[in-house]
Design a protein around this ligand. Structure first.
Ligand code: BG6
Length: 435
């Protein structure tokens, strides 16, 4: 039996560092509630780390309120800047030889390097330990490289699970299933048939209460660098006949390696009006909307514009991949849409004859949507389950992270140096008014 199989079936102790934080209460705890409810994870126990002491029932009341989950959580308070506290944590965890430990860092990215170092120094990095890291992975190519090298001093790549929750969304995985399983589209998945691809993630919400984080991040780094580039890779990557999900990261990386560097002249950067008051920084240059247009050197995709766009405070919440087929004439429709959220499905636009005596066409939608009563697993459920089972296909490798930064670097550097092209949009804007 491989080491991988053994870890996947071991008793699991999950340490969440930052259990009282926003990500944990909004995403992780509800996800844990769901996976525990399946009955397949009876060996899972949770150690909730926070700076201050907390009451589990109060913590869960704001998110899930599940007594079984409450029973599984043991609280542990510590000072994350004190080395000695990590040794206390290690004693508290008391990892047995037949157990695996997952350490989930649900903390602001600035503190990640120190925590990793302390964990390593305390010996919380043995072969049965996995480290789950949240994005952003660095703020540019150099810092990402430093961060990756730093973490590599304490954990091997096999132990590191870099979370990009977009990769774990149900419909994102369906892009691969759809492409692999349907010959009709397989035949036309190339530049001769496809005219353009758009990957968009628009949100109606603004930055909510994350002013400090967002001021340092912006739309390019927050969503485009990871989430959208990864979605694009799934559209462009080769799906071999003997496709194995374990090869996903390698295939995604190959697609990323074929992208040309982003051209600042084909990028759009904008900020919604009112943002500066919201963050209390009148001169803020942080973009809340970002879009770039990429191209691939792979002959399969040569010349096809690959447009990525994301924004806050837009007219709708929607994450979609839109594939435009080449038309033979203007009176044709040509769109295939992967609807990632909020309504998960696939849609094809078709022209059909409008019923009646006149010979007119009308646009129809051939669509498949999961019925509302089917509860699709949340991305964070999938992340936890795959990390427990040592399945790494939906996690970003260090190479992918670096490559994504490399592709974006010209735009990111030009935006860091020069603010002249920052435009303003009204909250509720439509995507196509900004492109
Ligand atoms: C996060 C970003 O990674 O993704 C947030 O930091 C964004 O700014 C969120 O709102 C969107 O995720 P989802 O799953 O709601 O589309």
């Amino acid at each position: 039996m491989t080491n991988k199989r053994i870890l996947g079936s071991m008793k699991t102790k999950l340490v969440i560092i930052g259990i009282t934080g926003d990500l944990s209460t909004r995403k992780l705890l509800p996800a844990l509630e769901q996976i525990i409810a399946t009955g397949d994870f009876d060996d899972l126990s949770i150690i909730g780390v926070s700076r201050r002491e907390f009451d589990i029932d109060t913590l869960l009341a704001s998110s899930v309120g599940n007594t079984e989950l409450a029973r599984r959580i043991s609280p542990f308070s510590m000072d994350l800047s004190q080395e000695v506290d990590y040794r206390r944590l290690k004693d508290f965890i008391d990892l047995g030889d037949d157990e695996q430990l997952l350490v989930y860092l649900s903390v602001p990215p600035v503190v990640t390097p120190h925590i990793v170092e302390f964990l390593g120094q305390a010996g919380l990095n043995g072969p049965n330990v996995k480290l789950l890291l949240e994005k952003p992975f660095g703020v540019d190519l150099e810092s990402a490289r430093r961060m990756i090298d730093h973490v590599a001093k304490y954990y091997s790549e096999a132990q590191i699970y870099r979370i990009d929750h977009y990769l774990a969304k149900e419909m994102t995985q369906n892009i691969i299933a759809f492409r692999a399983g349907n010959a009709l589209f397989d035949h036309v998945w190339n530049a001769s048939a496809i005219e353009k691809i758009e990957v968009v993630a628009l949100e109606k919400i603004g930055i909510e209460n994350r002013a400090q984080f967002y001021e340092q991040t912006g739309a390019l780094r927050d969503v485009l660098q990871g989430h959208l580039i990864q979605l694009l890779a799934l559209i462009l990557m080769e799906i071999p006949r003997d496709f194995d999900w374990d090869d996903m990261a390698t295939l995604r990386l190959k697609a990323l390696n074929q992208l040309q560097s982003a051209d600042p002249g084909r990028a759009v950067r904008a900020q919604y009006s009112g943002y500066q008051d919201e963050v209390g920084n009148p001169g803020s240059l942080t973009e809340t909307f970002a879009s770039i247009e990429l191209t691939s050197v792979n002959p399969t995709w040569r010349g096809v514009p690959l447009v990525l766009a994301t924004g806050k405070n837009m007219d709708r919440k929607t994450t979609e991949v839109r594939v435009y087929f080449r038309k033979n004439h203007e009176a044709q429709t040509n769109r295939l849409i992967f609807k990632i959220q909020p309504f998960e499905g696939v849609e094809i636009e078709l022209y059909t004859k409008k019923p009646g005596y006149d010979r007119e066409f009308e646009r129809q939608r051939l669509s498949f949507e999961y019925p509302e009563e089917i509860k699709l697993p949340d991305a964070y459920e999938q992340v936890m389950v795959d990390a427990i089972r040592s399945k790494k296909s939906l996690f970003a490798t260090g190479h992918e992270v670096l490559r994504a930064w490399e592709v974006l670097q010209p735009v990111q550097q030009s935006w860091d140096m020069d603010s002249a092209d920052l435009t303003t949009y009204s909250p509720g804007a439509d995507l196509y008014t900004l492109l």
